[in-house]
Design a protein around this ligand. Structure first.
Ligand SMILES: NC(=O)c1ccc[n+]([C@@H]2O[C@H](COP(=O)([O-])OP(=O)(O)OC[C@H]3O[C@@H](n4cnc5c(N)ncnc54)[C@H](O)[C@@H]3O)[C@@H](O)[C@H]2O)c1
Ligand SMILES: [Zn+2]
Ligand SMILES: [Zn+2]
Length: 390
């Protein structure tokens, strides 16, 4: 089959690789019908994630049709349309039982590498480095889905691929980001980033009772989407000092809830901490550029909450822990506990409460994926979210 393979920083190619096979009774094979490119894939494309190997198949936002099932999967049938979550979870360990699916204790066969890096291994993720298992991803014609009796969500109500494919990651991720803020009715929520995850965090903040949403980025069409579709007030960090502007907009108090939907590759707008990050990252002294996390801690109102859906990979430095502690802030972060959110959010789509396809700007063939990665990375051609269709 054809699959999009990682070959090094800035180098992804469509290769011919062996078709996936059932290896475990709980596996399924799906024929991919749609598969999105994520901001998290850019961390791989840009070489920020350790333990990638040449030939790794990328992609963790897939959906498709079941074509083969292991003998242990009784809840699916060949022919079913399914969306596959990016977290691989067993469904029965201590963590899965608590619905902490992204902390699954058993799904990562390379848990020992992750344990050395993080103290404990989180769940395996599809197409996301060998530390997190090395399971081949779904930017391909076919995908082996491990624990297929736990992860995939059936799509039965005549919904189109473009309406549901983002249930594989970023709609649940944006929703979780807003939920993790603990929004109280009328709160002001500031969202760093106007990328796809942020767009869903904005939508979800309103659903969960925000009184105001302020979105921060510098890419004009992303700011426009946040303003027009997301009804957010916006700050362009190239034009304004974000701290000063947020204090001015909140009468000096700061936003009640802050969401870092940017993560480890934040641009710094030329600030000193950002310049230091860039220098350190260039000589491999840091893996993360944490400008947004620092800024959110400084901007947030006392007693407020910081929610971090943005991905970090290592040990970012210069985190203002003194401000965090003395202001009495709370921080919540995680890979999304996907299986907890997919069904209720599908119901919101079915009920017409949200139409997730608003964020998709590009639909391209798998063969054109290498070009699409560059367009998405460089934010060319108004690109906000790419869906690949084999
Ligand atoms: N927690 C999870 O389970 C999970 C799931 C999906 C994605 N993610 C992570 O969420 C983050 C966002 O994903 P995405 O797909 O929206 O990515 P994206 O790269 O498309 O968007 C990031 C946006 O942040 C903006 N940005 C950069 N520096 C900024 C700054 N200083 N201030 C404000 N905005 C800034 C960029 O211009 C861009 O629009 C990534 O780190 C991704 O890895 C996490
Ligand atoms: Zn993703
Ligand atoms: Zn588990």
């Amino acid at each position: 089959m054809k699959a999009l393979c990682w070959h090094g920083t800035g180098d992804v190619r469509v290769d011919t690789v062996p078709d996936p096979e059932i290896r475990n009774p709980r596996d399924a094979i799906i024929k991919i019908t749609a598969s999105a490119i994520c901001g998290s894939d850019l961390h791989l494309f840009n070489g920020f994630m350790p333990t990638m190997e040449a030939g790794d198949i990328l992609g963790h936002e897939p959906m498709g049709e079941v074509v083969e099932l292991g003998s242990g999967v009784s809840n699916l049938e060949v022919g079913h349309g399914v969306v596959v979550p990016f977290t691989v979870s067993c469904g029965s360990c201590l963590f899965c039982e608590k619905t902490l699916f992204s902390c699954c204790d058993t799904s990562n066969p390379n848990a020992e590498i992750a344990r050395k890096a993080m103290g404990h291994s989180p769940a395996a993720l599809l197409g996301y480095s060998h530390m997190l298992d090395g399971f081949p991803g779904g930017q391909a014609e076919y995908l082996r889905v491990p624990f297929a009796d736990v992860g995939p969500l059936k799509i039965e109500s005549g919904l189109l691929d473009e309406q549901v494919v983002l249930l594989s990651d970023i709609f649940p991720t944006g929703y979780m980001a807003a939920e993790n803020c603990g929004i109280e009715k009328g709160d002001t929520v500031a969202v760093w980033g106007c990328g796809p995850v942020a767009q869903f965090a904005i939508q979800s903040a309103w659903m969960l009772g925000a009184g105001r949403v302020i979105a921060i980025d510098r890419v004009p069409e992303r700011l426009r989407m946040a303003a027009e579709h997301g009804k957010a007030e916006t700050i362009n960090f190239d034009d304004d000092d974000v701290y000063e502007k947020l204090q001015e907009m909140t009468r000096g108090r700061g936003p009640d809830r802050c969401i870092d939907a940017v993560g480890c590759e934040a641009h710094s707008g030329g600030s000193l901490d950002g310049v230091m990050d860039k220098v350190k990252a260039a000589v491999m002294l840091t893996t993360d550029r944490a400008h947004v996390l620092r800024q959110a801690i400084m901007c947030c109102r006392k007693g407020g909450t910081i929610s971090v859906p943005g991905a970090y990979v290592g040990a970012p430095d210069e985190i203002p822990m003194g401000a965090f502690m003395n202001k009495g802030l709370t921080m919540k972060s995680r890979q999304t506990h996907m299986q907890r959110y997919m069904k209720p959010l599908r119901e919101k789509i079915e009920a017409g409460a949200i139409e997730p396809s608003f964020v998709i700007t590009h639909k391209v063939k798998l063969a054109d994926a290498p070009e699409a990665y560059k367009t998405f990375r460089d934010k060319k051609d108004g690109c906000i979210k790419v869906v690949l269709q084999p």
